[in-house]
Design a protein around this ligand. Structure first.
Ligand code: SAM
Ligand code: SF4
Ligand code: F3S
Length: 476
């Protein structure tokens, strides 16, 4: 039985373009409706929930049916060229709908809006509204402007905006796991990356509002929160009232203390910033999950330097060793880029050997896509031919497949606490959940009153490269 389910929704590119509407929302009470699709990273998905909240206050209800919408929004990603192409294709598909219903407004939000600004209006004629990630509060005013037939744009980046006071409307249907944004922007200047240009300067959200959001989620039945930021380890917030400096380790602890029944995850950690204090905090609290996403990008020191990642292969390997020392059995995942500017076969071999050494449980693997305006685009030549990039990427993927299967096989015969998130995508007769280490576990339902949001002991009998298959331990 081949069952493939996704473990890490913070990086799950297959979620590109998912459309959401709150499950329990009474659509009939709203006069006007918006339809939103999100692309890219979890931060965009979390932002769509902030946008939903802003629009809701203006009397807009969410719909899952584009035909029913007065406003279509695409929350976009610019990380690779393909991500932008997907959005352009999708906009093309909305053309017929717009022709049928000319009063319907089309808005582009997120990173592509920020990168292209008003140029997007010239390139994509059906777009009425362009809004960058820091300008969502102005959406109601922009809609009013667009309703008069004018094109409306706000792509101002902010040094303060965190939307900390806005209570997001949860658009995901699980009701068990949720994202909580803890910071915005990024101050790192990885040479390949467009994020510092689309999301602006790094800023941390008020810790009280983060804890309040996690508490509210727990009270509503959620059992897992993932704290989100491009570089969570540089979270830093000063509580002037209580004269307290809140680092990421302290924030983790505060959220963990909401309830021992609330699982806490986080993403993404930069290898240069993750501290022992964070690792010891994870060790101290059972409900902080033993899983760290630690993107390496390349195994070659020369390439890491060109990428401006500010660590070496040796530093990275020492960090992984430290994680395994303080948190034995901790799940570790990574991001890898194949074929960055000037990458030689030898550099590529270094990446493969580093992956061999790290034995990642999960990896997100890409070939380099040059992004306009980035340091790499300005300084280096994108000189690795596409077929070479693709071949190297395939070698990386093949190696990772072997490693992930090995990592899964190690768990066969063991028993894990699994948080039930819902039905397995492949069969209603099975539950879908994840272990603390972020591995997907599928097991048959039995008539014992279990429901999503429950914790259960599952003994693993077999596995695929992506999924653990087991059964509930009776009388643990
Ligand atoms: N902030 C995180 C970090 O520092 O690793 C993740 C940033 S990005 C949203 C997610 C991943 O996309 C990166 O880790 C990198 O592997 C990949 N990525 C970013 N820019 C890319 C590019 N120009 N071409 C290919 N992959 C890219
Ligand atoms: Fe991009 Fe680097 Fe910032 Fe991650 S840390 S968002 S890869 S610039
Ligand atoms: Fe995320 Fe894509 Fe923007 S990965 S930060 S939505 S460029």
């Amino acid at each position: 039985m081949e069952m493939l389910e996704i473990a890490d929704k913070t990086h799950d590119e297959s979620r590109q373009g998912e459309a959401y509407a709150p499950v329990q929302q009474e659509t009939a009470v709203y006069q006007r409706h918006f339809y939103i699709e999100s692309y890219g990273c979890a931060m965009n998905f979390a932002d769509s929930e902030v946008v939903a909240s802003i629009l809701n206050k203006e009397g807009y209800g969410a719909t899952r049916l584009p035909d029913e919408a007065d406003l279509i929004l695409l929350n976009t990603c610019s990380i690779r060229e393909k991500a932008e192409q997907t959005v352009r294709n999708r906009l093309g598909e909305f053309r017929t709908l717009k022709r049928k219903k000319p009063s319907m407004l089309v808005g582009v939000l997120g990173c592509m809006a920020e990168r292209l600004k008003a140029k997007l209006l010239e390139e994509e004629k059906l777009v009425d509204i362009v809004v960058g990630p820091d300008a969502y509060r102005s959406l109601p005013a922009l809609i009013t402007e667009a309703e008069t037939g004018q094109k409306a744009v706000n792509v101002l980046l902010s040094r303060e905006e965190t939307y900390g006071d806005i209570s997001p409307i949860r658009l995901d249907e699980s009701g068990v796991c949720s994202f909580v944004s803890i910071m915005r922007g990024c101050n790192n200047m990885c040479s390949f990356c467009v994020v510092p240009f689309t999301r602006g300067r790094e800023r941390s959200r008020d810790a009280h509002s983060i804890v309040a959001e996690a508490t509210e989620l727990f009270e509503r039945g959620y059992r897992e929160v993932t704290l989100l930021g491009q570089n969570v380890d540089s979270y830093y917030w000063i509580d002037e009232k209580n004269d307290e400096t809140v680092t990421f380790a302290k924030l983790l602890e505060k959220v963990a203390l909401v309830s021992p029944l609330l699982r806490v995850r986080f993403s993404t950690s930069h290898p240069k910033d993750i501290t022992d204090e964070v690792l010891f905090t994870i060790a101290r609290y059972d409900n902080i999950c033993n899983y760290i996403h630690l993107p390496v990008q390349s195994g070659s020191n020369r390439i890491l330097q060109l990428m401006n990642r500010t660590y070496t292969r040796e530093w990275y390997l020492a960090k992984v060793a430290r994680i395994r020392e303080i948190l034995p059995g901790c799940g570790i995942s990574t991001d890898v880029i194949a074929g960055f500017c000037t990458e030689t076969e030898e550099d590529h071999q270094q990446t493969l050997s580093l992956m061999d050494a790290c034995e990642y449980d999960l990896a997100y693997m890409y070939f380099y896509s040059e992004r306009p305006g980035t340091l790499a685009e300005r300084r280096y030549k994108d000189d690795v031919p596409e077929e070479v990039k693709k071949r190297r990427l395939q070698e990386i993927i093949d190696l990772h497949r072997k490693q992930s299967l090995k990592s899964m096989q190690k768990d066969v015969g063991k028993t894990f606490t699994v948080l039930i998130e819902g039905n397995s995508k492949k069969s209603d007769a099975h539950w879908y959940g994840r272990t603390d280490h972020n591995k997907v576990a599928i097991f048959p339902k039995s008539n014992n009153g279990l429901q999503k949001g429950d914790y259960v002991q599952v003994t693993i009998n077999s596995c695929t490269a992506a999924t653990l298959l087991g059964e509930q331990l009776v009388n643990p």
